[in-house]
Write a protein that binds this ligand. Structure first.
Ligand code: G3H
Ligand code: 13P
Ligand code: ZN
Length: 349
């Protein structure tokens, strides 16, 4: 099956009332882990690559691996997404490669660190939407700023500094026409999100619910959605790691989000922890081993287990065969005719 439009995946998820995990990849084993889980749970899936991942894997290696995944798994709808694009050029180059979806993260300036102004964000996102929709490609925007820094990307801070303002979210959706919108509700990237189990003072699910009520036709995206399970932290630490005690986003909060318009759920850190724990275990228990397959295989299996759990918890499991993929060229026509217009002033009619 060719790569599928992320917009179609999310529209179907909205119809079915479930969420779709968007899992970050950097290499073959991570892609294989996701496909193992998708096959096992019969899930549609979003695979995403950050700018750092594209640089690490030299773009073409990564994209060809995704194409191999699509060819080997004809029954699984796969959307390939640029995570946290920092500029028009990053999104353009992803579309040129064949990505079916891009995130234009205009909440930060092109340096990936400094919060931008609202108008700067609208301008660059609108340009990407025009360019991408003409080619049938989905666009995710971001309003509000997440906390934390990953691979140099992020404004830092706790995640509470730039919570999304619902009025701005509505204006942003109206002025840009994005298909999906990432909002800031107190989560951050990486392992250190909260110093205890989060409650409403630090994880603003009420803001998410308010935004969904006002933007029912825009798919909401939760970034920084790793749950950072204690079991995974413990494995890393047991075999020589030194993670400090930390809390992630409880799965039940993500499920509350899914009941309130969240359709895309970004997870990277949990998979990183699973891989690292599995590799550390092999190194610690069998230091005589040096064949990479001896540790990459358990690492891949550990990641597949986490992904498959999330697919079940987010509700995407069992939905791979629900629909026939719409060709990207048809998506372009539907954007042109206005059929896929999500702007609040238009979508309600
Ligand atoms: O956006 C955060 C993801 O975890 C990707 O991280 O930029 O280190 O590849 P990265
Ligand atoms: P985590 O660091 O919580 O896995 O978030 C990943 C993410 O949001 C990627 O865009
Ligand atoms: Zn993110």
């Amino acid at each position: 099956m060719p790569l599928v439009s992320m917009r179609q995946l999310l529209d179907e998820a909205a119809k079915g009332g479930y969420g779709v995990g968007a899992f970050n990849v950097n290499d073959m084993e991570q892609i294989q882990a996701i496909m193992m889980a998708a096959k096992q749970t019969k899930s549609p899936v979003i695979v995403q690559a950050s700018r750092g991942a594209r640089a690490f894997a030299e773009d073409l290696y990564l994209f060809k691996l995704i194409q191999a995944a699509a060819e080997l798994n004809p029954d699984i709808p796969i959307a390939m997404h640029q995570d946290h694009g920092n500029s028009f050029e990053t999104c353009r180059s992803a579309i040129a490669l064949g990505y079916t979806s891009v995130m234009m993260d205009g909440s930060l300036k092109e340096d990936g660190k400094t919060p931008s102004t609202f108008d700067e964000n609208v301008d660059v996102t609108r340009r990407v939407v025009d360019y991408a929709h003409e080619r049938g490609v989905t666009v995710e925007g971001e309003i509000g700023v997440l906390g934390g820094v990953e691979d140099g990307h992020g404004a830092g801070g706790s995640g509470l500094e730039h919570i999304t303002d619902p009025d701005q979210a509505v204006e942003f959706a109206e002025r840009t026409g994005v298909d999906a919108l990432a909002i800031a509700i107190g989560t951050s990237h990486g392992a250190y999100k909260f110093n205890k189990k989060p409650d409403g003072s630090v994880l603003k699910m009420d803001v998410l619910i308010a935004i969904h009520k006002r933007l029912p036709y825009t798919h909401l995206v939760m970034h920084g959605s790793s749950s950072v399970p204690k079991e995974l932290q413990d494995i890393v630490n047991k075999y020589g790691g030194s993670l400090k005690p930390t809390w992630g986003v409880p799965v039940e909060e993500i499920q509350l989000g899914i009941r309130n318009g969240v359709r895309k759920v970004n997870v990277d850190t949990d998979n990183r922890l699973a891989i690292t724990g599995a590799i550390r275990k092999v190194f610690a228990e069998t230091p005589e081993k040096f064949d990479p397959r001896d540790y990459m295989k358990p690492a891949r299996e550990a990641m597949a287990k986490v992904v498959s759990e999330r697919m079940t918890e987010f509700g995407q499991a069992g939905h791979a065969g629900d629909y026939t993929p719409i060709p990207i060229s048809k998506m372009a026509e539907d954007y042109k005719s206005g059929k896929l217009d999500t702007r609040p002033s238009v979508a309600a009619h």
